[in-house]
Design a protein around this ligand. Structure first.
Ligand code: ATP
Length: 453
């Protein structure tokens, strides 16, 4: 597996994201808020499709997983018991020359000497732990007792609600609880666009099982998660599974895999799949004094379940999709002129816009009316975009950049003006091959739903 980097490619992707409205820097007009990003009209659709597909395959299509949505503001005791208050930190150093704060474990070395990536200085302070949690004050008084945290991961509310979910859903082991939501980490050095940010979203599953099932479920979930990425268009050969070595694993974990993707800035983690034993539930049972065990009706045994956790980042998945989809190719237009076509080759399942509808001419009432009618019929089923401005070739190109897999053009054949047999048909254009076919309007919904679900 190569770890080559391509900074120019990354720059082009970031610039397309801004130009086309996928992702903007947060608070941009005030100079930007470091480590925070806002998703624009195309980005929010892409991100929503990722989350919806995850929820569909991880929760709705399974009998053994239920969902929940926990609060972001978290009781201090929860994060004390989980170990975050005392140990959720990264080693930090300051560069004495340019005053930049840096992660000690990510410093580049020259001739064996660590140096500042910003100014090249070698005068660095000793490393000290920097806690990554954002704290806040709840209520009007600002004392020790009002301290709360913004959650650094979604997992803890799942553990804390384990008993309530178990009792109300009446699930039997093995079963899982899934959650998608925001998490916050005061990263020392946010970087690589949305890869490492201070506010991000996670998609996490805590899969509870019997102790003897742990290792086998770890393998199972690693494979399921690889399938997920393939099903949203990330080829298997762009993914890499790292078996986290014993020394780098959390002490309570019996096995951890990192699923990595070949980003233009190198091979980096998309998701962690970890067998966490009974550590989390045990910690919360001890600290809260409330029982978090499971009673097995068949064996009449009472025990604390073990857990396997696939934990994925929404934003990192979106970034992988953007990097994976970006393509430039040279094409020749009808007049024989060659030009560069920028095309986002998203899998139709995640593409922000599924289909664009174009009347051939905007000043022909009949064409416009027919195109609007088709837009109206498709709208309840999938995300449709209507565009009537500019030459048809230009309109196709705009949709290529947005990654829209299908384009429908309403032309004079549709109206039956050229050939009666073609009445009520439209041109369906395919983004990747640019090929066009004639299809019947009456089958459009079914046809497109089959290709985009
Ligand atoms: P890293 O080593 O990259 O900081 P991590 O191992 O601390 O990540 P986990 O705590 O396992 O990450 O979090 C699970 C997932 O959440 C990661 O695989 C990643 O997809 C996502 N994630 C974690 N931190 C960030 C962040 N700062 N920005 C965006 N996504 C993140």
């Amino acid at each position: 597996m190569t770890t080559s980097t391509d900074p120019q490619r990354m720059e082009r992707i970031v610039s397309l994201c801004k130009r086309r409205g996928f992702i903007f820097q947060s608070s941009e007009i005030y100079g930007g808020l470091n480590g925070c990003w806002d998703y624009g009209p195309l980005g929010v659709e892409l991100k929503r499709n990722v989350k919806d597909y995850w929820w569909r395959v991880m929760v709705r299509e399974r009998d053994d997983v239920v969902g929940m949505d926990g609060a972001i503001l978290t009781h201090r005791a929860v994060l004390k018991a989980s170990g975050h208050e005392d140990t959720f930190s990264d080693p930090m150093v300051d560069c004495r020359t340019c005053k930049t704060r840096l992660r000690a474990d990510q410093l580049p070395e020259k001739n064996g000497v660590k140096q500042c990536p910003n100014c090249g200085g070698k005068d660095l302070t000793e490393a000290r732990p920097f806690n990554l949690m954002f704290s806040t004050q709840m209520g009007a008084s600002a004392d020790e007792n009002s301290l709360a945290y913004l959650r650094p991961e979604t997992a803890q509310s799942i553990f804390v609600q384990f008993k309530n979910v178990l009792d109300t859903s009446r699930k039997k082991l093995p079963f899982g609880i899934a959650q998608i939501g925001k998490a916050f980490r005061n990263e020392i050095n946010p970087r690589n666009f949305i890869f490492r940010s201070r506010e991000f979203e996670q998609m996490e599953l805590e899969y509870f099982c019997r102790p003897e099932q742990g290792m086998e479920r770890l393998e199972y979930w690693k494979e399921e998660r690889l399938k997920f990425y393939e099903n949203i268009g990330i080829q298997r050969d762009k993914l890499h599974v790292l078996t986290v070595p014993d020394a780098d694993r959390a002490f309570y974990s019996k096995g951890t895999y990192d699923i990595e993707y070949e980003f233009p800035f190198g091979l980096q983690e998309l998701e962690g799949v970890a067998y966490r034993t009974d550590y989390d539930l045990k910690q919360h049972q001890e600290a809260s004094g409330k029982s978090l065990d499971y009673f097995d009706e068949e064996t009449k045994q009472r025990f604390i379940p073990h857990v396997v956790e696939p934990s994925a980042g929404v934003d990192r998945t979106v970034l992988a999709l953007l990097c994976n989809a970006y393509d430039e190719e040279t094409v020749t237009d009808e007049k024989g002129k060659s030009e560069t076509r920028i095309v986002m080759r998203f899998h139709p399942r995640v593409a922000p816009i599924k289909v664009a509808v174009f009347p051939l001419l905007k000043n022909n009432e009949q064409l416009v009316a027919r195109a609007r009618e088709i837009q109206g019929a498709l709208r309840p089923h999938l995300n449709v975009f209507y565009d009537e401005t500019g030459a048809i070739g230009r309109r196709y190109r705009r949709q290529d950049e947005a990654g829209t897999p299908f384009g429908i053009t309403v032309d004079f054949e549709t109206l039956g003006e050229k050939d009666a047999a073609l009445r009520d048909t439209v041109t369906l254009r395919h983004r990747d091959s640019m090929q066009q076919e004639r299809v019947e309007i009456s089958n459009l919904v079914e046809n497109l739903l089959a290709k985009t679900r």
